[in-house]
Design a protein around this ligand. Structure first.
Ligand code: ZN
Length: 418
C-alpha cells in the first residue's frame, strides 16, 4: 500500500509541475526497492536521533545491543567508518526480527551519498582457522551508495533585489541557488555585480527517497543574464583522469571552463625583480626598509600593456598618494581581487566591467618606484596572498576529442533554458 502511495505521489508531482521524470529503475522491476519494503515489513524498526553528547555505546545501549556486540560492530566498521564519531542530529536505524527479536541490520547515514550498513555475518563454524588467522567478526560493515529517485526540474526567475530573494519568491530550494551561484562565481560577482532585471534559468535534479523530497541534486545546465551579458554553463564529465579523479565541471557552449583560473602573469615581462615576501626588504633608492613585499614586481618597459588577470569589475582607477602611483583595483568575485600599481597609463574607470586578458593600463614608474615595473597584488578575502603559489580550480577546457559529445549535451538542454 505504501509503495502504491509513493508511486501515486510521484505521478502527482509530475502532473502538477509538468516535470520530466526519469529514474534508472522503474518501480515495477526494481528488486532493491521491493526487498527494502519487505525487510521493513518483517523487521521491527527502531530509529534513534543522535543527540549532543551521545556516544555509539549509549546509542547501542538504548537499542538493546549488548556491550560485546557493540564493540564487535565498532571493530567491524573500522575500515569503512569510525563509529566513535557518529554525528549529532543524524538518525541511526536498528532493525530486529519480529519473531526472534534478533538484530538484523543497522543503517547510519555517512553523508548525502553513502550509508553505513552493519549486519550479522554468517560464519561457517566448521571452518578451521590457521594459527595466525583471526576469528572472523560477528558483523559485516559496508558502505552503500544511496540511490535516489530523480526528478529534473527547471527554475526561472528575474532579480529585483538579490538572487536569494528571487529564489525565495520562486520557492526554489536555497541549496540549489547556492550551487547555481557557485557555478557562475568566476564570471558573475554576486556580491556587487547583480543588477535589477538580471534573469536566470537553470535545469537541476531533485532527489527523492521513498516518495519524499530530500534535497537538490546536481545542476545540469544554467543560464544567467547579468547586466545584459549572457552566460551559460553545462555540466559535463570527461570521466576519470590518470590519477582516478573525475574530471568534471561546468563549461560554456564553446567548451571553455566556467571555473576560470587567472592569467599566470598580467604582463609580458623581462624578469621578476621582487617576489612575494612576508619579511623586511631594503630599498636603496629610498634608503628605507619596507616591512614586507606582499606582491610580485615584474620588470618591463614603460608602455608594456597590463592585462586584467580575470573577469571582474574595476573598483578604483587613478592616482594613489601612498606610494602606488597610478593604481587600478579589480574585483573578480566575492573572494578575489587584484591590484596593479606604478602604471604610466590607465585605460579603465571605476565601475567598468573588464574581461580576462583585457588591457587595462600600461607599465610605468609612478609613485614610489625604483624603475619601470608592474607591482602586482592579489587579494583573497581581504588578505594579500602570493599569486604565484595559490591553488586555483583547474580551469581546463573540454578536450577536443570530447567536444562532439559535449555539443550534444548543449543541444539537449539549451532550448529548455531559453
Ligand atoms: Zn612591488
Amino acid at each position: 500500500m505504501k509503495r502504491i502511495f509513493s508511486i501515486l505521489l510521484i505521478i502527482g508531482l509530475i502532473i502538477a509541475g509538468g516535470f520530466i521524470f526519469f529514474t534508472n529503475n522503474s518501480p515495477e522491476n526494481e528488486p532493491e526497492v521491493v526487498k527494502h519494503v519487505e525487510a521493513k515489513d518483517l523487521d521491527r524498526e527502531m530509529i534513534i536521533d543522535i543527540e549532543s553528547g551521545m556516544t555509539f555505546s549509549d546509542i547501542c545501549a538504548l537499542a538493546g545491543i549488548d556491550h560485546g556486540d557493540m564493540m564487535e560492530m565498532v571493530t567491524a566498521s573500522e575500515d569503512v567508518y569510525d563509529l566513535t564519531k557518529v554525528r549529532v542530529g543524524r538518525k541511526i536505524k536498528f532493525y530486529f526480527d519480529r519473531e526472534t527479536d534478533n538484530f538484523t541490520k543497522l543503517i547510519y547515514p555517512i553523508d548525502t551519498e553513502e550509508e553505513l550498513f552493519i549486519s550479522p555475518q554468517e560464519i561457517d563454524e566448521e571452518i578451521e582457522l590457521a594459527e595466525d588467522e583471526e576469528i572472523p567478526n560477528k558483523f559485516l560493515a559496508e558502505r552503500k551508495e544511496i540511490t535516489y529517485d530523480v526528478i529534473v526540474k527547471t527554475a526561472k526567475g528575474t532579480i529585483n533585489s538579490s538572487l536569494y530573494e528571487s529564489a525565495m519568491e520562486q520557492e526554489i530550494d536555497i541549496r540549489a541557488i547556492i550551487d547555481l551561484a557557485e557555478i557562475f562565481s568566476w564570471t558573475i560577482d554576486f556580491g556587487v555585480g547583480i543588477r535589477e532585471g538580471d534573469t536566470y534559468s537553470f535545469i537541476y535534479e531533485e532527489r527523492y527517497r521513498d516518495g519524499e523530497y530530500v534535497m537538490p541534486g546536481k545542476i545540469i545546465a544554467a543560464k544567467f543574464v547579468n547586466d545584459g551579458r549572457n552566460v551559460e554553463g553545462y555540466y559535463f564529465s570527461e570521466g576519470e583522469d590518470e590519477d582516478g579523479n573525475v574530471a568534471d565541471g561546468y563549461f560554456a557552449p564553446d567548451g571553455e571552463s566556467l571555473q576560470k583560473i587567472f592569467l599566470k602573469n598580467p604582463v609580458s615581462f623581462k624578469y621578476i625583480s621582487s617576489g612575494y615576501t612576508t619579511g623586511p626588504r631594503y630599498i636603496a633608492k629610498f634608503s628605507a626598509y619596507t616591512s614586507s613585499h606582499r606582491a610580485i614586481d615584474y620588470v618591463a618597459a614603460i608602455g608594456t600593456p597590463v592585462r586584467s588577470v580575470g573577469d571582474g569589475t574595476v573598483t578604483s582607477a587613478g592616482w594613489n598618494s601612498s606610494g602606488y602611483g597610478n593604481l587600478i583595483k579589480v574585483r573578480h568575485n566575492e573572494t578575489f581581487s587584484t591590484n596593479y600599481a606604478h602604471l604610466s597609463k590607465i585605460y579603465v574607470s571605476a565601475g567598468q566591467h573588464v574581461s580576462q586578458g583585457e588591457v587595462i593600463g600600461s607599465v610605468g614608474s609612478t609613485g614610489y618606484s625604483t624603475g619601470p615595473h608592474l607591482h602586482y597584488e592579489m587579494v583573497k578575502n581581504g588578505t594579500k596572498i602570493n599569486p604565484l603559489t595559490i591553488e586555483l580550480p583547474s580551469g581546463k577546457a573540454i578536450g577536443e576529442d570530447k567536444m562532439e559529445e559535449f555539443g550534444q549535451v548543449v543541444a539537449k538542454w539549451q532550448g529548455q533554458l531559453n
